[in-house]
Design a protein around this ligand. Structure first.
Ligand SMILES: NC(=O)c1ccc[n+]([C@@H]2O[C@H](COP(=O)([O-])OP(=O)(O)OC[C@H]3O[C@@H](n4cnc5c(N)ncnc54)[C@H](OP(=O)(O)O)[C@@H]3O)[C@@H](O)[C@H]2O)c1
Length: 200
């Protein structure tokens, strides 16, 4: 399969790209990628990477940012960071990308545990994750030619545990093997409109 992974240079993306590398043709894009630069907050940039790489069997997004801060300190502009990047970046990637898939192809977006089980100072990230879950369920109804869309929703992953553990007291880190398998299920299984939750 030809799989385009946006954010495939990140902590999670790198592991997922490596997981598919032996069996599939992996293309990786990110803002700083030398060959396939893309910024999901910019629809022209999304269009440009798809024009360069399509058709693809699978479009996977493991990118998108949101500001973490106490609600009292969050301005409207702070909320817009997550709306523009993690939410609309992924929505636009799906909206534009659905026309660049082969029949039977798939789109996989990334969210996280905060949608169901938020921790302190994550109102924006929790909000956009929840919105993506609703988007995926509704968008799945409109996929054409056997195409599918799903989200992988992760708990705090082992490779990022040191960075985030203070926010997640008592949460067990998710093994990277389990993380990679969730993306494999989204890409190679038959799920559609599914939120593939990976947390205990
Ligand atoms: N780490 C966790 O435990 C965890 C748990 C649940 C969910 N998540 C979510 O999973 C996603 C990836 O997490 P991560 O820990 O792997 O993050 P990371 O290490 O910061 O990697 C982010 C990746 O996305 C790319 N990227 C960031 N903004 C982009 C943009 N606007 N357009 C295109 N590419 C962009 C980055 O490359 P460039 O800088 O070159 O653009 C990098 O490849 C995030 O949305 C995160 O919220 C993470």
């Amino acid at each position: 399969m030809k799989i385009l992974i946006i954010g495939g240079t990140g902590t999670i993306g790198e592991v997922v790209a490596a997981h598919f590398m032996d069996s599939d043709h992996i293309l990786v894009g990110s803002r700083n990628h030398p060959e396939l630069p893309v910024d999901i907050t910019d629809t022209d940039s999304i269009q440009a990477i798809l024009e360069k790489t399509a058709p693809v069997d699978a479009l996977v997004c493991i990118a998108g940012e949101a500001k973490w801060a106490p609600l009292r300190d969050m301005s409207e502009a702070d909320f817009h960071i997550g709306i523009q990047s993690k939410l609309m970046g992924q929505v636009n990637l799906a909206r534009i990308g659905m026309d660049y898939l082969v029949p039977g192809g798939s789109i996989t977006l990334s969210t996280g545990i905060l949608a169901d089980d938020p921790v302190l100072h994550t109102t924006s990230a929790a909000m956009v994750n929840g919105a993506i879950h609703s988007f995926v369920k509704a968008a799945a109804l409109e996929m054409e030619q056997g195409c599918r869309i799903n989200a992988v929703s992760l708990g705090v992953v082992e490779a990022a545990y040191e960075k985030y553990k203070a926010y997640f007291p008592g949460h067990p880190p998710i093994e990277m093997e389990e993380v990679a398998r969730a993306y494999e299920r989204a890409v190679k299984g038959r799920d559609n409109g599914r939120i593939i939750r990976v947390y205990h």
